[in-house]
Design a protein around this ligand. Structure first.
Ligand SMILES: *[C@@H]1O[C@H](CO)[C@@H](O)[C@H](O)[C@H]1NC(C)=O
Ligand SMILES: *[C@@H]1O[C@H](CO)[C@@H](O)[C@H](O)[C@H]1NC(C)=O
Ligand SMILES: *[C@@H]1O[C@H](CO)[C@@H](O)[C@H](O)[C@H]1NC(C)=O
Ligand SMILES: *[C@@H]1O[C@H](CO)[C@@H](O)[C@H](O)[C@H]1NC(C)=O
Length: 222
């Protein structure tokens, strides 16, 4: 009862708007249903790279990735034949803002990939980009199939924390370089991802430490 009295009309409006946004942004189809997807204007995109060095028996000092499962007859030093089917690798890869492995990392890509297709190169990704830099603090969580032979691949962004609070959408990745079966570098572009900034509003990437006003604006006509 007391709580209800304390809520004046402006508070009530904020509460209603907050609930409204939690609801419509929870799923794209719901947003579509409301017929207002145009209100979410993308700001900028965020581009970065991550570097995977697979342990090959000789590069322990520099390896960032380990084969942790292999099919019968294969081992954990050399990726298996038949499109690596059955291999699982766990990785802790540096993230850089340019394509140089030796650039100062802004975070780590941490998780695993599974080679799960017998007749082509496809990996199944389950990992987080863990950002720890002056511009970005927080995680972006990735899940889904990565058809490695495609030049560009869309991967689901299923969640996030910190600056990427409740991120949801699609990121585009491409293989930027690879050297044999020991090193590869992926370019990631986060350009169709919705993030929340608390219940104060919804925005697109990037929400930087400085805070882009554009991305924090509550895109609603009152
Ligand atoms: C690790 O990387 C450095 C620099 O790229 C290279 O000089 C060194 O030989 C590598 N060490 C191993 C064990 O691969
Ligand atoms: C792993 O398997 C490869 C062939 O797939 C073989 O050349 C290599 O010697 C094996 N390594 C170990 C440590 O068993
Ligand atoms: C983030 O970076 C700071 C400064 O470099 C460091 O002290 C801290 O341990 C890092 N945190 C994590 C989780 O890596
Ligand atoms: C991979 O490429 C094929 C053919 O170009 C396309 O149909 C498919 O949608 C692409 N898959 C992804 C996940 O991007």
């Amino acid at each position: 009862m007391a709580a209800r009295i304390i809520l004046d009309s402006s508070h009530r409006l904020i509460l209603v708007i907050s609930i409204f946004y939690i609801y419509i942004s929870g799923s794209t189809s719901a947003a579509m249903h409301y017929g207002k997807p145009k209100q979410y204007k993308p700001c900028k995109s965020l581009v970065f790279y991550f570097h995977d060095i697979i342990y090959n028996g000789q590069n322990a000092a520099n390896a960032t990735s380990a084969i942790v499962a292999a099919p019968q007859g294969a081992n954990m030093t050399i990726l298996a034949g038949q499109f690596h089917f059955g291999n699982i690798a766990v990785f802790d890869d540096p993230i850089t803002l340019d394509n140089n492995l030796h650039s100062p990392p802004v975070g780590r890509a941490q998780g695993f990939y599974i080679y799960d297709t017998k007749n082509t190169y496809t990996a199944w990704l389950g990992f987080s980009f863990v950002f720890n830099s002056t511009d970005h603090q927080g995680t972006i969580n990735f899940i889904g199939a990565d058809p490695l032979m495609n030049k560009t691949r869309d991967i689901s962004v299923v969640g996030g924390t910190g600056d990427f609070f409740m991120a949801r959408g699609i990121a585009t990745i491409m293989t930027d370089a690879f050297e044999g079966e020991v090193y590869f570098r992926l370019r990631v572009e986060i350009n169709r991802v919705l993030v929340f900034k608390g219940v104060r509003g919804v925005g697109f990437f990037p929400i930087s430490r400085g805070g882009s006003k554009e991305s924090l604006k509550i895109p609603v006509s009152r």
